[in-house]
Design a protein around this ligand. Sequence first.
Ligand code: AMP
Length: 191
Amino acid sequence: MNIILLGPPGAGKGTQAGHLVETRGMVQLSTGDMLREAKSSGTEMGKKVAEIMDAGMLVTDEIVIGLIEEKLEQGAAGGFIFDGFPRTLGQADALGELLAKKGQKLDAVIEMEVDDETLVARIVNRAAEAVAAGKEARADDNEESVRIRLVEYYKKTAPLIGYYHAKGLLTKIDGLGEIEAVRGAIAEILG
Ligand code: AMP
């Protein structure tokens, strides 16, 4: 099964993807993680995207599609979880084409709904927890960047909700509940 976890920053996509990796042997493809890795290892691409990411804007489709294409080549017996990708209609079209080329398809798109103020609070809290644990908080986990990331989401990513609804792939779940409850809702969709 190949699935997309769709939702604004702080909706819990990464947390739920981690659980699916552990319990179902799926492979998580997080473009945010890949870009952060490129940034911290100082590659040319990492340097190019650092400022854009820290500000909370989206990097170009070309860059993220290239990253995903590489990972799809490696295959995944348990299926892929796309986490934070696609984020634009162009990325969504490209993903459909890349999967079709490999004789694969998307099986479900799960939209995790959470209200904006909860998202901002969760992300500001995530930054505080990282610092308390002696780690560095994400450069974009501050209120100013989060507000920009939310606008990017509504402008560029939210149209994917209609796109996948029209393809009969979309299911909405309440992302506000406890982690366990959200897990249960996802398990029900995946069967
Ligand atoms: P995330 O970890 O998914 O919240 O992503 C962190 C940042 O990486 C985003 O705010 C963007 O700057 C960049 N990014 C991650 N995934 C994508 C994507 N699919 N398209 C464009 N930019 C992305």
